[in-house]
Design a protein around this ligand. Structure first.
Ligand SMILES: [Zn+2]
Ligand SMILES: [Zn+2]
Length: 86
């Protein structure tokens, strides 16, 4: 893991960085999708983003414009995953 990847969360202080789509940050029950092959980065996105991503054949300018990926901390990521998983 890249030691530089630290996010200073307003709620949790310095934590490991994670990336989610703009909808998951505050939403709930939106569905939760993660990479098929998880890398070092924690990533997640909602069902609406997954549909655009599938149509685009992956992440490209269009699907990324919909997702507008946000940087959050790993604890916020876990909370977002629990809120949005169906
Ligand atoms: Zn989304
Ligand atoms: Zn946090």
């Amino acid at each position: 893991m890249d030691e530089e990847r630290v996010v200073h969360c307003g709620s949790h202080g310095p934590r490991r960085a994670a990336f989610v789509c703009q909808h998951l940050v505050r939403g709930s029950g939106l569905g939760f999708f993660a990479p098929d092959e998880p890398g070092d980065d924690l990533q997640g996105w909602c069902e609406a983003c997954e549909q655009v991503r599938a149509r685009c054949g992956g992440w490209d300018d269009e699907s990324e414009a919909v997702a507008r990926i946000k940087l959050i901390c790993d604890l916020c990521y876990q909370a977002a995953r629990e809120r949005n998983s169906r």
